[in-house]
Design a protein around this ligand. Structure first.
Ligand code: ZN
Ligand code: ZN
Length: 140
């Protein structure tokens, strides 16, 4: 079980599914949503996700065409990105209160990277999305 919460503590959630991977996304949408150099996200099967408290404070932003982004209406924390109507959940890793066990597996959309940020770790980088053989190497 992995717990997470927003900045003000109203919204709490639990993830009872094996985490798949963490990615760093450098696209402009994730940079803006995070207010940071990139967005860091834990990916998991949506069936293992549940809100524990504060669900009435969850506000959805329709970030078409790919996803909806859920944030706390009180503190503004990004708490969830929903794809495929929730079948796949993407949890902003900064909201996690527990160590998910997995570590970042990739930087993607690096072609959209903020010019003021330099990637200095050894994690694989992709200009856009990783190719199919990379996903296969992760067992996905
Ligand atoms: Zn909050
Ligand atoms: Zn992104």
């Amino acid at each position: 079980m992995i717990a997470g919460s927003c900045l003000c503590g109203s919204i709490r959630f639990e993830l009872d599914a094996p985490p798949l991977f963490i990615n760093h996304c450098h696209c402009s949408r994730c940079r803006k949503a995070a207010g940071a150099a990139f967005g860091s996200f834990l990916h998991a099967d949506g069936r293992g996700f549940r809100w524990v408290s504060g669900e009435t404070d969850v506000t959805l932003y329709d970030c078409a065409p790919l996803a909806s982004r859920a944030f706390c209406r009180i503190c503004g924390s990004s708490v969830l990105v929903l794809e495929d109507e929730g079948a796949h959940v993407i949890v902003p890793a900064g909201c996690l209160d527990d160590d998910p066990g997995v570590r970042p597996a990739m930087h993607y959309h690096v072609a959209s990277k903020a010019p003021w940020f330099e990637i200095t770790d050894g994690v694989p980088q992709f200009a856009e999305y990783p190719p199919a053989d990379f996903w296969a190497s992760l067992g996905l």
